[in-house]
Design a protein around this ligand. Structure first.
Ligand code: GLY
Length: 299
């Protein structure tokens, strides 16, 4: 029986009321798959939708860094037929995931910072600075979390850890805790793909890079499936979470169970979510709220 499917998510910590955006993006991706487009095209279109939505921490909804004005974004794409591209700490573009897809066609796999911005301009991406409504709200929440020290699980940091490493131009006294979007899909030809995009995590210094653009950490795709992760990048990268879950899929473990095993590697105080698609189906699991949607067709 031929199976096509897509899973999308709105980030660890995203409220279930935001599931409509994930459903809509999965619907866009599924239509691509049913029209014989590749899993790669499907996840790109799905993630562009999530980047443009403005509620999720990616693209137009990206969070501020600790200075309250800097936005730096990470994104990546990968397919089982060999495509791989990522951008790290990119700014001033509307859709980092589309820039990542241009990196696929370059001699490199990851471009970062100023170089990634110049690359984007060269490829015709205009200057764009997102609507900052949600970023402002998140920034205020971050401030409140630090000031009240109310035990927000996402912020196991001490403010002094940031103050002593401060690398913004403004003073650290002007300071002060959301996550990634992603899609994984399988197409009619049996190819898998993943796309991920983020405005980062909770409290971030300038130049900080999370798990999202790191192969095997925030994303992975191969002959056995595709995996995307969300949560605290500093923790996810230490466990190479996406590759760890992919290896479980390769052992024949069903997607939801594989995602759960991956998430259970972390204490519950660390918010983590994983979505996955394999030869047999699609699934997701998180230890915190995570808006997500699965759409499949079997013929
Ligand atoms: N998972 C997104 C980040 O840590 O940047």
């Amino acid at each position: 029986m031929s199976f096509v499917g897509i899973v999308t998510h709105g980030g660890a910590g995203s409220p279930k009321e935001w599931r409509d955006g994930c459903e809509h993006s999965a619907d866009i991706g599924l239509k691509q798959l049913l029209e014989n487009h590749s899993a790669y095209e499907a996840v790109l279109k799905a993630v562009v939708f999530l980047e443009d939505d403005g509620r999720y921490n990616a693209g137009s909804g990206s969070s501020y860094r600790l200075d309250g004005k800097t936005i730096e974004m990470d994104a990546a794409v990968m397919s089982s037929d060999g495509k791989l591209g990522a951008v790290a700490c990119i700014s001033g573009v509307k859709n980092p995931v589309l820039v990542a897809s241009e990196v696929v066609c370059s001699p490199h796999h990851i471009l970062s910072g100023a170089g990634s911005v110049l690359f984007a301009r060269k490829k015709g991406f205009p200057e764009y600075y997102p609507d900052i409504r949600w970023a402002k709200e998140r920034y205020e929440k971050l401030l409140t979390t630090f000031l009240k020290k109310n035990g927000d699980s996402a912020a196991e940091y001490e403010i002094q850890d940031f103050v002593k490493n401060w690398n913004f131009e403004t003073a650290s006294s002007e300071i002060f805790p959301l996550d990634t979007v992603g899609a994984v899909a399988k197409d009619k030809n049996g190819n898998f793909a993943v796309a991920v995009s983020t405005g980062g995590s909770g409290a971030m210094l300038k130049g900080r890079v999370g798990d999202t653009p790191l192969i095997g950490s925030g994303f992975f795709a191969g002959a056995h499936g595709a995996v995307a992760c969300t949560g605290i990048g500093e923790e996810i990268m230490k466990k190479l979470l996406a590759k760890t879950v992919y290896d479980l899929l390769a052992q024949g473990i069903a997607p939801e169970a594989a995602c759960e095993k991956g998430v259970r590697l972390f204490p519950e105080t660390i918010p983590v979510g994983v979505i996955a698609v394999s030869l047999e189906g699609a699934g997701y699991f998180s230890n915190t709220g995570m808006a997500a949607a699965i759409l499949e067709r079997r013929e």
